[in-house]
Write a protein that binds this ligand. Structure first.
Ligand code: PGA
Length: 249
C-alpha cells in the first residue's frame, strides 16, 4: 500500500462572498506554476461551492463541503445532503468539526452516520477529532481523541479513501499550537487506533493536523512524524498565506 500524497485542505467556515473567488483564481494560477507535491483543497461555504468547483475544473484544486446531513433527502430545512455536495462538484467533505460537535451537539455516532452518507455519495470524508483545553489539562487528551476516532469512523471505511484531522479545540483560531512532541504523540496514537480498527489498511489514511497552521509554522508541523497534511482555517482565506503553507508540504 503506497502512502498517499499529503493533503492541505482549507476550511473557509462561514467566510466568503462571490468576490472571494478572486483568491481561488490566484491560488489555481499559482498551483499551475508550482505543481506542488501535495493535494490541495478548499472547502468554501455551501453558497460558493458550485462556483468554486466551476473555477477549479481542469485544475489541481479539489473542492469540499464543510458538513452534510446523514439523510439523503427529506424535510430538513436548511440542511444539505452529501449527494447535493457531490452534485455541486465537491469530492471531499469535512465532518465532525469541533465547531459542529460543540455548536450543534454532534455526537460521535452522528458523525459516523454522516461519514457513511458521504461514502455513499462518493465523497472522501475528512473526519475531525480533538480535545478541549480542559481535557488536555486533565491529562485525558489521548483517551478523548482515540475514543472519538473509534466512535466517529464506521466499519465501512475499511479500505476506503478518507482522512482524519487532529484539531485540538484550544488551538483553533487562537494562534496557539501544541508542541511538536504533543502533535507526534497524538498522531501516533491515532495511527495505532486506525490499525487496530482497520488492520494494515489503517496505515494508509493521512492524519492531518489543524489548529492555527500558518506559513511560519507549517514546515515544522508538516515535517512531524505521522503528519500527513493540514486542515487550515484562517490562513486559507488569502491565497498568499495558503500558498505559504502549501509550499511547506
Ligand atoms: P484555524 O482553524 O486554522 O483558523 O485555527 C482550523 C480549523 O478550524 O479547521
Amino acid at each position: 500500500m503506497s502512502t498517499p500524497r499529503p493533503l492541505i485542505a482549507g476550511n473557509w467556515k462561514m467566510n466568503g462572498l462571490a468576490a472571494s473567488l478572486g483568491e481561488v483564481r490566484a491560488l489555481i494560477g499559482a498551483l499551475e506554476d508550482r505543481s506542488p507535491g501535495c493535494r490541495v483543497a478548499i472547502c468554501p461555504p455551501a453558497t460558493l461551492l458550485e462556483r468554486l468547483a466551476c473555477s477549479a475544473t481542469g485544475s489541481a484544486l479539489e473542492v469540499g463541503g464543510q458538513d452534510c446531513r446523514a439523510e439523503t433527502t427529506g424535510a430538513f430545512t436548511g440542511d444539505v445532503s452529501a449527494e447535493m455536495l457531490r452534485d455541486c462538484g465537491a469530492n471531499l467533505v469535512i465532518l465532525g468539526h469541533s465547531e459542529r460537535r460543540a455548536g450543534y451537539g454532534e455526537s460521535n455516532s452522528v458523525v459516523a452516520s454522516k461519514v457513511e452518507a458521504a461514502l455513499m455519495a462518493g465523497l472522501e470524508p475528512i473526519v475531525c477529532v480533538g480535545e478541549s483545553l480542559t481535557e488536555r489539562e486533565a491529562g485525558t487528551a489521548l483517551s478523548v481523541v482515540t475514543s472519538q476516532v473509534r466512535g466517529s469512523l464506521p466499519a465501512v471505511l475499511a479500505g476506503r479513501i478518507f482522512a482524519v484531522a487532529y484539531e485540538p479545540v484550544w488551538a483553533i483560531g487562537t494562534g496557539l499550537t501544541p508542541t511538536i512532541e504533543q502533535i507526534e504523540e497524538m498522531h501516533r496514537a491515532i495511527r495505532e487506533t486506525l490499525t487496530q480498527m482497520f488492520g494494515e489498511a489503517g496505515r494508509v489514511p493521512p492524519i492531518l493536523y489543524g489548529g492555527s497552521v500558518k506559513p511560519s509554522n507549517a514546515s515544522e508541523i508538516l515535517g512531524a512524524c505521522e503528519v500527513g497534511g493540514a486542515l487550515v482555517g484562517g490562513a486559507s482565506l488569502k491565497a498568499v498565506d495558503f500558498l505559504g503553507i502549501i509550499s511547506a508540504a
